[in-house]
Design a binder for this molecule. Structure first.
Ligand code: ZN
Ligand code: ZN
Length: 344
């Protein structure tokens, strides 16, 4: 197994376009105030037309950036299709807008489209009782709870342009053809349900979305829409499945960060990272029962600041859900409504 190596050594400039292989272009779209600095969008020549893959969020200047990129680099090309890896706003955010403006089809998994459409329509001015219950179950501090209950909740639709048209479905193991090149579809889970990745043996490229990222581990968040999801179990399972298909020949084109080689090594690392976190939780519980929030330090190996708190909470729930589902821990409820975990 070779070690992980970046294919580009320079720090990419958001909004600039790079050619990865003939006819395959990468452009990092800025993500103001959304965590990672940029999300990777890709453009593929498709005969006389072009296909897009992932779109950026519907925030800031993203629409203008797309218009500039397309008019400058592909002035006479029609867009054949817009592939979307998964339903998160930084990936599907402008699919609806691009699809309307350029009259192009959106192509993604059924779950991707349904999740994005459902969450876009689920608008709240106040935190819903089920979200509050979810936070309480995780053991959110009273101080944080008070702040969160006062603020307008995050609404998915804030970063996602309306999805007015339908979509064309991508399915597991389907072979799609872009520019005469065959790409096999493989679905991952854990970061987002039914997350599509595209693999080409001919070009030795994998469009991995957020399923396999370099440097940072994908967030395995659990949210109030599915509070008992076993994202960690789903994730490890996907990585193990991908490992059977992975080889050192592939260059991975991720959703964030720079393209890299060393896919088998990266998958092994990701599996081991999460298994080690599960082990640390079990070690920590030897000292007594704990709520999810009280397990932050065991899971992340450091103190979590206020800015990271929510991301950490969602991911920590994924870890305890997995231990509970697999029977490694038992769960009680405190008088405040928090789940408290102890070893069996
Ligand atoms: Zn994502
Ligand atoms: Zn992302």
């Amino acid at each position: 197994m070779k070690k992980i190596e970046f294919v580009f050594h320079e720090t990419p400039e958001a909004g600039k376009i790079y050619e990865i292989k003939e006819g395959v272009f990468w452009f990092p779209m800025p993500l103001p105030m959304m965590g990672p600095d940029y999300v990777n969008c890709y453009i593929l020549e498709d005969g006389q037309e072009i296909a897009l893959l992932d779109t950026g969020a519907n925030i800031g200047d993203s629409k203008k950036i797309w218009e500039n990129i397309l008019s400058k680099n592909f002035p006479k090309k029609k867009i054949s299709s817009i592939y979307v890896t998964h339903h998160h706003p930084d990936h599907i955010g402008l699919a609806g807008w691009l699809s309307e403006k350029y009259n192009a089809e959106i192509i993604c998994s059924r779950t991707t489209y349904i999740m994005a459409k459902m969450l876009s329509l689920d608008v709240h001015d106040k935190v819903s009782p089920s979200t509050e219950r979810f936070w309480r179950q995780a053991g959110m501090s009273e101080e944080m709870l008070e702040v969160k209950l006062k603020a307008r909740p995050f609404n998915f639709g804030d970063g996602v342009a309306p999805l007015e048209k339908g979509f064309k479905r991508l399915t597991e193991n389907e072979i799609i053809n872009i520019n005469g090149v065959e790409w096999e579809v493989r679905m991952g889970n854990g970061h987002a349900p039914e997350h599509a990745t595209l693999w080409s043996k001919e070009l030795n490229l994998v469009f991995a979305g957020d399923q396999v990222l370099p440097g940072i581990s994908s967030n395995l968040g659990v949210y109030p829409t599915e509070p008992y999801a076993d994202t960690v179990g789903d994730w490890v399972n996907s990585c193990e499945r991908f490992l059977k298909q992975a080889s050192d020949d592939y260059i991975v084109l991720p959703g964030h960060g720079r393209p890299f080689s060393g896919l088998p090594q990266r998958l092994v690392q990701l599996i081991e990272n999460h298994k080690a976190a599960l082990k640390r939780i079990k070690e920590d519980l030897k000292y007594g029962p704990k709520t999810t929030v009280e397990l932050f330090k065991a899971i992340f190996k450091r103190d979590i600041n206020k800015k990271e708190y929510m991301l950490a909470l969602h991911e920590a729930v994924g870890h305890v859900n997995h231990l509970y589902k697999t029977g490694a821990v038992i769960r009680d409820v405190t008088i405040n409504g928090a789940f408290i975990f102890k070893l069996k």
